[in-house]
Design a protein around this ligand. Sequence first.
Ligand code: 6PG
Length: 477
Amino acid sequence: TTAQIGVTGLAVMGRNLARNFARNGYTVAVHNRTVARTRALIEEFGGEGDFVAAETAEEFVAALERPRRLVVMVKAGEPTDAVIAEFAPLLEPGDMIVDGGNAHFADTRRRERELRERGVHFVGTGVSGGEEGALHGPSIMPGGSAESYESLGPMLERISAKADDGAPCVTHVGPDGAGHFVKMVHNGIEYADMQLIGEAYQLLRDVAGYTPARIADVFRRWNTGRLDSYLIEITAEVLSHVDAATGKPFVDVVLDRAEQKGTGRWTVQIALDLGVPVSGIAEAVFARSLSGHADLRSAARGLPGPTPRTLPEAEAAAFADRVEQALYASKIVSYTQGFHQIAAASAEYDWGVDAGAVARIWRGGCIIRAAFLDRITAAYEADPGLVSLLSDRDFADEIGAAQDDWRAVLAAATTQGVPTPGFAAALAYYDGLRTDRSPAALIQGQRDYFGAHTYRRTDGEGTFHTLWGGDRSEVEA
Ligand code: 6PG
């Protein structure tokens, strides 16, 4: 037998991806470092399709039709390099290694370069949708060469999620690290979405005085409107879940320290290097990190705050509606920031990423899938050269319509001492972009004063310095 595709690394993501290929009619070679996992897959799911179990790397490579398509599903980082080192010597020019892990795009660029020298295509591929997505259809973000996409594209389209209009949630994102970069920003946006939802929850709880079960109902209602999304849907599920052991709301028995595996942090680190303000994503990462500092939090426990004051029932519903506006407006901002980052990286690395296509493949399968992505797709279809999502007429109108409520929610949050870093950062970004005159002029003056760093003038060309320590006359620098 020759297999059309092989999957090595059979932890839950790899196993489910292999099953997805098999269920779609492909013959799939499967391999794992410890053979027991390979055997378990065949035993449990062998009936789902045509699998070829390979016990060694040599067997695995020999089982694949040429050019070989080999999918690596191991933990990002050193394990990926170890697998490449093991397989690369067994491959031939034209073969393809697809890395479906959450790799750092710089690692992907390096691996792509190294393997290209041997004629092997390295296809760094973002895969989103968790375990279920891997099995039933993920959103897939392949980078690498156009040639490799010609070979892999049809298979990936087959196993990918389909959007409501039937379009497969996969596209050739761009060369080398483009796919993993876009997946990373997907995760950064995922962090921001989760943080914003968390802030909405906290406001409904502390300001509106709602119980988790009632908040779940609010989220269910929101989920029938413009916020319709996977994350809102699962949030309602989590909030309505009751802990069996205590009978308390599940959310009240979970330790409030958020963990993270790194993709959100990378998004922010790289945004800093690119000079792209992703403040919403950054606040989401920082909020997780703040939550984890148990020592700081317990030391701060006695610090004074405002006296808690829950809204009277008659005002709570109107407040909840305002929170929906604030959440939606903030969401527009975090996607604006994420797409800016993708555009900046695409320009920096010459990837030619099509922002509209990215929005299109995020409509299904992935964690941030949402009706909202249809809107972003439409915005880029209307104007492929869109500078910013905020310059799309429809988004501009919506955010304009939301702004009064957005401000009112933040005012309430501040007065009541409910931390809303995501909402606040989003509004500050919005106001910062809108403003006619920013205090950056003053900052330039300060820089020139203490360090002769020079400034430019509003009324002409050139670079200037004021003789601050002397007669304060202006000289051309
Ligand atoms: C996805 C998810 C997936 C993973 C996150 C979790 O798109 O399917 O984003 O990649 O679950 O990376 O990230 P944290 O553990 O950092 O929250």
